[in-house]
Design a protein around this ligand. Structure first.
Ligand code: IMO
Ligand code: MG
Length: 427
């Protein structure tokens, strides 16, 4: 039995989906353990592009079982839409290959409204959330009294009375926070969610018990992280973070599988850095090079379409992300995007108020004043998308990858030089 985990080490969008997709060849079960439809994974194969948000990437491969674990927040309407978009394209999805935890929490319409209201009130300090009601649903999970789990949808009497109480409270609070708020109707929400519950019923199960049986039977498990360790609610750049443990810290709590040793913890990094939404970003480029990376790397959000902020590879932030996750090996993605630059830079330390450090600051105000100290490497100025082994890469590109490995103190085992599966170098 092999247990593998794929986790992003930056601020999300590290192209984790490609690695997960390749690994599905040798794993029978792919488990998501945190987040919700704030995630956006693009997977390309056989000339087709698939965009996934809530569904684990494993769903695309015949014979692979995809699990939405207890640690997620699930918007049933979004789930049904995503299932339909895939089944319309011939991807079979049934209770045979998709399991949704009855312990996962439900995103309700007021979560989305509240997400927008809180963001608006933060003004210039807005987190820049995806607006999917992720944080407000996780808040209600922690609060408990306003929480609804998937399993609750199948107890309609108690669900109706609790929803009535919750919506009454939400209407009061939202009206106080936003005078333009139009009160929500508990009855209408109840009706639509009971209908969603019926439609998702074939997938809903106690995934914890199911996974325990799978572990006993010796199946190979793959844990698919969404977001990245710098967005982790505990370890990331709080409050400019998401609301779940998007580092590997979330695996056990979000799946219920705790007795496992994770044999391979793969940390996925982009060859540069991107970030969507607010928060400090020391290596950000506001110039033509940043725009060049955005254009060549198609750095626009899968979920929201927002242009991503782009910058140089940050060895301090990424090495910290790797330490938080206990990573064994690195996959470097999108190296091809840097091919035409005259010079490439890697941040090897920060200067914070005159002091050089390789520690990642715990407070965003310290990160905000961190000046990157760069290592400069001459560009290789040639297309590398046809490379299939390390020796096919020009020496500048190899030096660049070696620098990433050295700064992170971890071996690079995979290099991606294009979106297709074949555009990969295994080391
Ligand atoms: P994948 O899985 C990049 C960011 C948002 C915002 C912050 C909080 O594609 O890597 P939220 O809606 O979660 O409350 O927003 O987190 N964010 C992501 N950024 N990739 C993602 O997912 C993200 N999911 C959330 O932009 O800054
Ligand atoms: Mg994404």
């Amino acid at each position: 039995m092999t247990v593998t985990s794929v986790v992003g080490l930056q601020w999300g969008d590290e192209a984790k989906g490609k690695i997960v997709d390749i690994l599905t060849d040798s794993h029978q079960i792919v488990v998501r353990y945190q987040g919700g439809n704030n995630a956006g994974h693009t997977v390309k194969f056989d000339g087709q592009t698939y965009k996934l948000s809530l569904l684990p990437t494993g769903i695309l491969r015949p014979g692979v079982k995809a699990v939405i674990g207890n640690g997620l927040v699930v918007n049933p309407e979004a789930l049904l839409k995503e299932i339909k978009s895939l089944t319309d394209r011939g991807v079979p999805i049934s209770g045979e290959n998709l399991m949704v935890s009855d312990r996962a929490h439900v995103i309700l319409p007021y979560h989305i409204v509240e997400d927008a209201v809180y963001e608006k009130r933060r003004g210039a300090e807005a987190i820049g959330t995806t607006g999917r009601g992720i944080g407000t649903c996780y808040r209600d999970k922690a609060l408990r009294s306003h929480a609804v789990r998937i399993g609750d949808l199948y107890h309609p009497e108690s669900f109706r009375s609790r929803l009535t109480d919750i919506v009454a409270a939400k209407n009061l609070m939202l009206k106080a926070l936003d005078p333009e708020f139009v009160a929500l109707d508990a009855d209408a929400i109840f009706k639509s969610y009971i209908a969603y519950a019926e439609q998702i019923k074939p997938f809903v199960t106690d995934t914890t018990a199911w996974l325990h049986r799978a572990v006993k039977s010796g199946a190979n498990l793959l844990f698919e992280g969404a977001q990245g360790s710098l967005l982790d609610v505990d370890h990331g750049t709080f409050p400019y973070a998401t609301s779940s443990n998007s580092s590997s810290a979330g695996i056990h709590s979000g799946s219920g599988v705790t007795e496992l040793e994770i044999h391979r913890m793969i940390g996925v990094v982009k060859a540069y850095t991107t970030r969507v939404g607010g928060g400090p970003f020391p290596t950000e480029l506001h110039d033509a090079i940043g725009q060049h990376i955005r254009d060549v790397g198609h750095e626009y959000g899968t979920v929201t379409g927002r242009p991503r902020r782009c910058g140089w590879f940050d060895g301090v932030a990424t090495a910290y992300g790797a330490r938080v996750c206990g990573v064994d090996e690195i996959a470097v993605m999108l190296l091809d995007v840097l091919a035409q630059l005259d010079e490439v830079c890697i941040c090897e330390a920060y200067d914070i108020r005159g002091e050089r450090t390789t520690d990642f600051p715990s407070h965003v105000e310290d990160l905000a004043v961190a000046k990157p100290i760069f290592r400069r490497i001459p560009g290789w100025k040639q297309d590398i998308t046809g490379a299939r082994k390390l020796s096919d890469l020009p020496s500048g590109a190899r030096r660049y990858v070696d620098s990433i490995s050295e700064l992170m103190d971890l071996p690079v085992k995979f290099i991606s030089i294009g979106p297709d599966r074949e555009q990969s170098i295994l080391l």
